[in-house]
Ligand binder design. Structure first.
Ligand code: CP
Length: 305
């Protein structure tokens, strides 16, 4: 039976811990090994199908596949037959028919990977579907937290920004609460989805209250491409009331770390001094991303889900 990774909503705490444990081993290859090459996916084919822009996710899936000796290929909507009107399902079935073992996909429609997973024989990995989930981002965030804090259970994680449009926040909430973290979310009420507290988080429209005593402060990108006009007056106003700068960061624990999934709008979600400051682990998140994607693909093919 094939396995897919569609979201953290569907995974148990045990499954998440298993992925993080394998990812920790994979990270030694990404950062420590003389030669970044293992044979776990030798003879397997990984295709990245991206209908939305990406730097980190697409490249890290490609590198993760190559570090594990897979055949790796990329296809995006522009430049493919999607631009000639081919449907998502026809495109996926075409890619599947070429001997693909793992299809990694990003799409603006929530549920697109779930739909394809039922149609094709390849394992499907959700690399971000609309406003729903981005499971490998949350896994890499959790791996980075464990590296700095040693554990997830009991951590206070404050997530600040555009909660409404964020698939990253949803995956993090599922994963972090399953592993016993306390999650607070903060941002403008216009960017806060109704009923988010039902996912087990505390909601604050004043970010000072959200950040107080946090172990982890995570900024989320203001998704300018998904905004309907009028959700906040201007990016300058946004930063004034909700941006994380050095003075607001002082409200968190002295040893707090600062995270952001990227890409960052500098001076909007986080000040430049915070992004480049000593508490920032944003670059380490990127490295964790390669390790997590190696672990996920290895486990999809060889078991563990
Ligand atoms: N964090 C993230 O998904 O970044 P990309 O859009 O660059 O892949």
């Amino acid at each position: 039976m094939k396995h897919d990774l569609l979201g953290l909503k569907e995974l148990s705490a045990e499954q998440i811990k298993n992925i993080l444990s394998e990812a920790a081993d994979m990270k030694k290859i990404v950062v420590g090994a003389k030669e970044k090459k293992i044979k776990n996916l030798q003879g397997k084919t990984v295709v990245n199908l991206f209908y939305e822009n990406s730097t980190r996710t697409r490249l890290s899936f490609e590198l993760a596949a190559k570090y594990m000796s897979a055949n790796a290929a990329n296809i995006s909507s522009s430049g493919s037959s999607v631009a000639k009107g081919e449907t998502l399902t026809d495109t996926a079935e075409t890619i599947n028919a070429m001997g693909t073992d793992i299809l990694v996909m990003r799409h603006s429609m929530s549920g697109a990977p779930h739909m394809l997973s039922k149609l094709i024989s390849a394992s499907v990995v959700n690399a971000g579907d609309g406003m729903n989930e981005h499971p490998t981002q949350a896994l890499l965030d959790m791996l980075t937290m464990i590296e700095h804090k040693g554990h997830i259970e009991g951590l206070k994680v404050a997530i600040i920004g555009d909660i409404y449009h964020s698939r990253v926040v949803r995956s993090n909430i599922y994963g972090l609460t399953k592993l016993g973290a306390e999650v607070t979310v903060g941002g403008p009420s216009t960017l806060m989805p109704m009923g988010i507290e039902e996912l087990g988080v505390k909601v604050f429209n004043n970010i000072h209250e959200a950040i107080v005593d946090a172990d982890v402060v995570m900024g989320l990108r203001i998704q300018l491409e998904r905004q309907k006009k009028g959700l906040f007056p201007s990016v300058r106003e946004y930063f004034r009331f909700f941006g994380v700068d050095d003075s607001r960061l002082k409200l968190a624990k002295p040893d707090a770390i600062v995270m952001h999934p990227g890409p960052v709008n500098r001076g909007v979600e986080l000040s430049t001094t915070v992004i480049d400051g000593e508490k920032s682990v944003i670059t380490q998140q990127v490295t964790s991303g390669v390790a997590v994607r190696m672990a996920v693909m290895d486990m999809l093919i060889h078991g563990g889900f």
